[in-house]
Design a protein around this ligand. Structure first.
Ligand code: FMN
Length: 329
């Protein structure tokens, strides 16, 4: 159960492998998730590029988008062969592209199909298979819809449920609006946990700080942070201490960057552009003099062709960051 106590959410275009290496340097304990990958991309695409990751990222989960049980099983097997620690099925993403492909949140309306997919993946792999869903969609009654989905996938062998504690409204809202406008209902997730005492239930949605995360942990097994972790990554510096009572991996963000330099240099040598890595650092510094100069220096110079680590070092030198891992995270 402890495994899912704290995680950083799967976020398309955000939680790529560079971002995950950065996050891992701030917390040993957070479970990290890939961006969603469709079964089609995994089965027919460039697997090394799509699925490759750094050994430091563990524990790291692969999130799949899809609904065909055979394809899900095949993609999950490939993910297991790549060494992922968990396969997670996306039943919560509302974007149009996803809706057309019959996966993501629209699957809340097809619990039997989702259960078949989970059963197929469980037969195919030995690693945990989990589901990330909403409390319902459109005019569904969450009391009914969430239980139907949860009971089906648990019976099919799902090892944990991650619930974004709001509905997705599939007609009329953009994906971004669907992360803000449908109201949060944490109590609905707490009730699910009470009904499923033996299954890890992880709560997600609108959790802004580690303090809030700790409060949720009185009701559920785990907390997943999305935007707060990505946009304010400095919060992760305190996660191991605040949520696990363990020493932080690094005392300050500058130490994290120092520890990340060898990775950045080796990626640059392989042809990765500096900006693909430094774009994840925008929110790194908080409340320290120079944070804005740091951002501006990276924005202006990080994108130049051939930009190297010196750009990052110059940006870091603009910041006063002697703060230890923030207490009031
Ligand atoms: C930029 C962005 C991309 C996202 N991509 C995914 C995704 O690929 N798969 C998924 O299950 N959820 C995705 N989400 C939703 C998050 O995982 C999370 O459920 C949501 O942001 C609510 O949590 P938060 O309020 O802590 O951010 C995305 C969210 C954002 C902001």
């Amino acid at each position: 159960m402890m495994d899912w106590r704290f995680s950083v959410a799967p976020m398309m275009d955000w939680t790529d492998r560079h971002c995950r290496v950065f996050h891992r340097l701030m917390t040993r304990r957070a479970r990290l998730y890939t961006e969603m990958l469709t079964t089609g991309a995994i089965l027919h695409g460039d697997r090394r590029r799509l699925l490759g990751y750094d050994a430091s990222e563990h524990p790291v989960a692969l999130q799949l988008g899809g609904s065909d049980p055979r394809e899900l099983a095949a993609a999950a097997r490939i993910g297991e062969d790549f060494g992922y620690d968990e396969i997670n099925l996306n039943v919560g993403c509302p974007s149009d592209r996803v809706k057309d492909g019959r996966f993501g949140a629209c699957l809340m309306a097809e619990p039997a199909l989702v259960a078949d997919g989970v059963a197929a993946m469980k037969r195919a792999v030995g690693i945990p298979v989990t589901v990330k869903c909403r409390i319902g969609i459109d005019d569904q009654d969450p009391e009914v819809a969430l239980d139907a989905l949860a009971r089906g996938v648990v019976a099919a062998g799902a090892d944990a449920l991650i619930v974004h504690a709001r509905k997705a409204w599939l007609n009329g809202l953009s994906p971004k609006e669907n992360r803000d406008i449908p109201p949060l209902d944490y109590d609905r997730v707490y009730r699910l946990k009470a009904a499923l005492p033996d299954v890890p239930v992880i709560i997600n949605g609108g959790i802004a700080s580690l303090g809030e995360a700790r409060e949720h942990l009185a009701h559920v097994d785990g907390v997943m942070l999305g935007r707060a972790a990505y946009q304010e990554p400095w919060r992760l510096l305190a996660a191991d201490r605040e949520l696990f009572g363990e020493a932080p991996r690094h005392a300050a963000m500058k130490d994290v960057f120092e520890a990340m330099m060898p990775y950045i240099e080796s990626e640059l040598a392989k042809g990765t552009r500096l900006h693909s890595m430094t774009r994840h650092f925008v929110g790194a510094f908080h409340g320290v003099p120079g944070a804005r100069a740091f951002r501006r220096h990276l924005a202006e110079n990080g994108v130049k062709p051939g930009a190297g680590v010196s750009v990052l070092r110059e940006a870091i030198a603009l910041v006063e960051d002697r703060a230890a891992a923030p207490i009031a995270a």
